[in-house]
Design a protein around this ligand. Structure first.
Ligand code: SAM
Length: 245
């Protein structure tokens, strides 16, 4: 689904000082601002994403078109295309552009895919997915972030994204099974409900590890017999998956 507008390499340890402000800058499609941000996006894709080996044209196009500066607090708009995560309020972050692209590419999506995201945050990763797939279901545990992301995605025309407030550990069984699942907060273990909600031949990408431990980005693939196979892809440092589970 194409919208009107066409997440942590390493999350800085100790986090980034955050305020609860989550206002976004809205700019007109023809403004000088917009041209400047489009140039910043192009440079981000060339310098940070292609150089590190992302080749999927659809992923690159989505990273080129989604206005990341509208997903960060207004005072940070000029830093939206930096090679780093940024604070989005409530102690949370929008992930580094490269990590967003990498996690998207390894899911091997197509325009018929139905995807579940755990950790909506700003809605940016969901917007990138929205450009590539049929439907995105995304769950956020912090109600204020869930609400602001839902509003932002709708205002920007990402109409194939559905946001729900809740604990993503349990997935979203009503829409299962999913072609792909992406978890954007670090879990102590791979949640069994998420494995259960993945289609045969489906893929899940999830950071696994504790807050003070090495975390690994793990790719889980479910084979035709329903057997899940995990592979460590790279070390990362994400904010933790919270909740009562
Ligand atoms: N994908 C987001 C984006 O594009 O802005 C960034 C994700 S941020 C690194 C991790 C998010 O996961 C935070 O917004 C956090 O509140 C959320 N989160 C943590 N535990 C969760 C849980 N159990 N269920 C749903 N969301 C959770």
């Amino acid at each position: 689904m194409k919208a009107i507008w066409r997440c942590i390499w390493f999350l800085a340890i100790g986090g980034v000082a955050v305020s609860a402000a989550t206002g976004v800058t809205k700019v007109s499609a023809t403004s000088g601002h917009d041209t400047r941000f489009a140039m910043m996006r192009k440079s981000m894709v060339e310098q940070q994403i292609k150089r590190r080996g992302i080749r999927d044209e659809e992923v690159l196009n989505a990273m080129l078109s989604v206005p990341r500066h509208l997903f960060v607090p207004e005072p940070l708009a000029d830093r939206a295309y930096d090679d780093s995560p940024l604070p989005i309020g409530y102690g949370q972050t929008i992930s580094q552009p490269y990590i967003v692209a990498y996690m998207t590419e390894v899911l091997a999506l197509d325009d018929e895919s139905v995807v579940l995201e755990i950790g909506t945050g700003s809605g940016y990763q969901a917007a990138i997915l929205s450009e590539l797939v049929k439907k995105v279901h995304t769950i956020e545990i912090i109600s204020e972030l869930a609400e602001s992301a839902a509003r932002r995605l709708l205002e920007l025309g990402f109409t194939n994204v559905e946001v729900k407030e809740g604990d993503g550990y349990y997935g979203w069984p009503e829409h299962a099974p999913y072609d792909a699942i992406i978890v954007t907060a670090a879990a102590g273990h791979i949640p069994p409900p998420l494995i259960a909600q993945l289609k045969k031949n489906g893929r899940m990408i999830i950071p696994v590890g504790g807050v003070f431990m090495t975390q690994n980005l793990v790719l889980v693939t479910k084979d035709y017999n329903g057997r899940a196979i995990s592979r460590n892809m790279m070390p990362v440092l994400f904010v933790p998956l919270t909740g009562e589970h």
